[in-house]
Design a protein around this ligand. Structure first.
Ligand SMILES: [Mg+2]
Length: 370
């Protein structure tokens, strides 16, 4: 056990909503929806994100703002709070949190505005109990100094640490020891594995596979006949704890990207989102054609007047799946689009590419503008 790395994944709980709640002094038990102006249920925009109280009504990121209003109206028809959100507040809070998280990490990787991976192996001297104590301390520091709630997952690789941080959310800490993997996966829904989306889960369900241990029992060879070899080999490595534990602060320059400029500036975000998703599917198709997968998703939004922002998020292991990246892109767009600004250009980039070394030089130049 002493030769495995100790990887921590930290994920802030309902981050944007928590920052707004703190800033405005809102009551946590009142549904809070951040997004476009709902215009009393007639708004054409989308939900950026919402707090746990709003999630109880089935409100989700990227849902149309009018649908959210139907489920849970604001004043004078209901008690939900609707606000636009303030980017500046989020990046300031994020920077403070990351500063705290960086301290004990030998290797540190910020995966998005509210998520980071830390390799703390040396800091805790290979001691898994000390790792739990460290996470408790980081959690307390983040709460005391910034007032935000964070969840932590501890495991021997990235994907397991990420799964672990979801388990006791919010304000949870969960550890998966290297020799607990069989127990951990026993009866665990396959949809809990990052990278397995609805489509893949349905496909596996049709073959009577619902849990991770059932995937393994099915066997890599038989599974490959249903899902293809790549997925079968990947999920087998997940089960056996053999996926990546590398935490890298350096953003790879190798990437595949595409973008689209609208013929006129758009304020209908549902249409922009449709365009974005079709760009993502084309990027992923290119990736599969040249045989690479990626670990970083980046959405680029250019508003009227050339103001351009790039929003990224990395995942625990590299993938080449449409569903994974369409859902990431959707979330990145919904969480970051600035309400009521017209959009001129939308783009998507797949980065942190995993590729055989012979292909690397070719990839540096793959970038298309449409
Ligand atoms: Mg989060």
């Amino acid at each position: 056990m002493s030769d495995s790395r100790i990887i921590v994944h930290c994920d802030l709980d309902a981050f944007y909503a928590a920052v707004e709640t703190l800033h405005h002094g809102f009551d946590e038990s009142i549904p809070l929806v951040i997004g476009s102006d709902p215009e009393n249920g007639r708004g054409r925009g989308i939900v950026s994100t919402c707090n746990y109280a709003a999630r109880k009504f089935g409100i989700r990121s990227a849902m149309s703002i009018s649908e959210a209003w139907r489920r849970c109206p604001g004043a004078p028809f209901g008690n939900a709070i609707y606000i636009r959100g303030s980017r500046g507040l989020y990046s300031r809070a994020s920077r403070k949190v990351m500063k705290i998280l960086k301290q004990p990490a030998e290797f540190f990787e910020q995966a998005s505005i509210d998520e980071a991976y830390l390799d703390v192996t040396e800091y805790v001297n290979h001691d898994w109990d000390a790792a739990v104590a460290l996470c408790r301390e980081l959690q307390d520091n983040i709460m005391r100094e910034i007032g935000l709630s964070a969840s932590f997952g501890i495991a021997a690789n990235r994907i397991l640490a990420k799964m672990a941080s979801e388990i006791n959310k919010p304000r949870g800490i969960f550890r998966i020891l290297p020799d607990e993997l069989v127990d951990f996966f026993d009866g665990r829904d396959i949809r809990e594995v990052p990278g397995i989306g609805k489509k893949r889960a349905t496909q596996l369900n049709e073959w009577g596979i619902a849990t991770v241990d059932e995937v393994y029992v099915y066997g890599e060879l038989s599974l490959a006949r249903i899902t293809g070899e790549r997925f079968a080999s990947w999920i087998t490595r997940v089960y056996e704890g053999r996926t990546s534990n590398e935490i890298s602060p350096l953003r790879s320059r190798k990437s595949i990207g595409k973008e689209h400029t609208f013929d006129y500036d758009r304020d209908n975000y549902e249409i922009v989102l449709e365009n974005l998703l079709s760009i993502v599917r084309r990027v992923m198709k290119s990736a599969r054609e040249i045989g690479v997968s990626g670990r970083l998703a980046e959405v680029k939004i250019r508003y009227t007047g050339f103001e351009t922002h790039t929003h990224g998020r990395s995942i625990p292991v590299s993938m080449d799946d449409d569903e994974v990246f369409t859902s990431l892109a959707k979330k990145l767009f919904a969480n970051n689009v600035q309400p009521d600004k017209k959009i001129r250009l939308i783009g998507f980039r797949l980065g942190h590419l995993a590729t055989p070394s012979t292909k690397q030089t070719r990839l540096l130049s793959i970038y298309e503008e449409e």
